[in-house]
Design a protein around this ligand. Sequence first.
Ligand code: GLN
Length: 489
Amino acid sequence: MLNQLTISELVAKLAKREVSSRVATQACLDQIQRVDGRIRAFISYDAANALAQADAADQAIAGGATHAERPLLGVPVAIKDVIAVKGQPLNCASKILGNFVSPYDATVIEKLKAAGAVVFGRLNMDEYAMGSSTENSAFQVTRNPWDTTRVPGGSSGGSAAAVAADECIAALGSDTGGSIRQPAALCGCVGMKPSYGRVSRYGLVAYASSLDQIGCFGKEVGDAATVLEVLSGVDPRDSTSVPQPVPHFAAGLAGNIKGLKLGLPKEYMIGGLEPEVKAAVDKAVKQLEKLGAEILEISLPHTDYAVATYYIIATAEASANLARFDGIRYGARVDGADPMELYGKTRGAGFGAEVKRRIILGTYVLSSGYYDAYYLRAQKVRTLIRNDFLKAFEKVDVIVTPTSPAVAWKLGEMADDPLQMYLMDIFTISCNLAGICGISVPCGFTQKPKLPIGLQLLGKPFGEEMILKVAHAYEQSTGWHREKPPGNG
Ligand code: GLN
């Protein structure tokens, strides 16, 4: 079935004109019809618009356009509901945006369109990307395709579930503290978080601006490399994007990993790590060793402070970023007798419980009297965490860890315990605090029930080529990524 293909498989067929983008896009739409009642990855999608884009791609191919020039020509890619697509709803899975429709394309969307992708759908997420299970969506609860009584992870749970359930070929997400890598791990697909500054954030609704990055989900590492290359590059509309040359990531996958040094952080072997996750990661490390890599133990001494540091900085930035949603300029409004009452009523009705919790927490850590004790101190610890990584990367090329301490948990299991949920981010958030890049690749399954396990590879700032290469070598030597959830067809 065409919707199950990887980008490279689909592109090969499109280029030979064996299939059309219309038929491939229709196959994705059919799969959504078939399975999304169960999975609920999509908040909405515009089938007619997707097919019109597919037709345009088919015409371009008929007119001689090549995939060398436009690498995603005719490939259906679905989008997390936090990235602006012109003429499409933009809700961040929140009620507060009402029936807001984006008047412009995010830079990454312009780039996808220029590369020929069929950009479609609004994928479910935790409201404003705050969460690790996608249960904080104001619209619906997305289910894990491997077991629909379980969470898909979050906050990009819709993106991960849609790719895993073959409802699209690839997807975009955003990662502030793990929101691409963790759901990729829990749903059994590949999730790539680029280094801070690699990809423009213009048109990404900000959660925590110093941590947010847009990245991608794919069915194999090569696909993540292809999409990342399209997304990457400096953008005058995002002053934090960095003018680094963009490597040809897909071409960089070839070759072996003999002699590369991989570091295992001793601080990551925590008590809460599920035994089957540990066993799978241990096995993956042995496999990497077999492929010729050298394994070294390293230390990231400030790991213990990462969760606390992250939840101070992320909430502080969120409290400022979300101040703009006040019922005046965007989305829904609840009227009041005066502006203060209007703000209060609009925000009270529009934001969900987790978003409110974070705005309150973030406002508190920034308030005078507490600023020095919390926010300022967290910024200092952030520097220590970044220095831990930079020091480790003097000795090793790539750091290897589990992506998540746990496999997909039951829906509702942690809904009443936010702190427990925050602790699930232990392996992913340091990467954002340090501004480095990370990828999650499938590395096995638990026995009963059969649930995916993810391996995380962390690289130096702008070291995407290296982690993609190691991830690819591992993936190709194991083939875990080829397993499909039950019911995919
Ligand atoms: N789970 C983390 C949080 O809730 C990370 C979310 C994200 O990366 N957007 O903040």
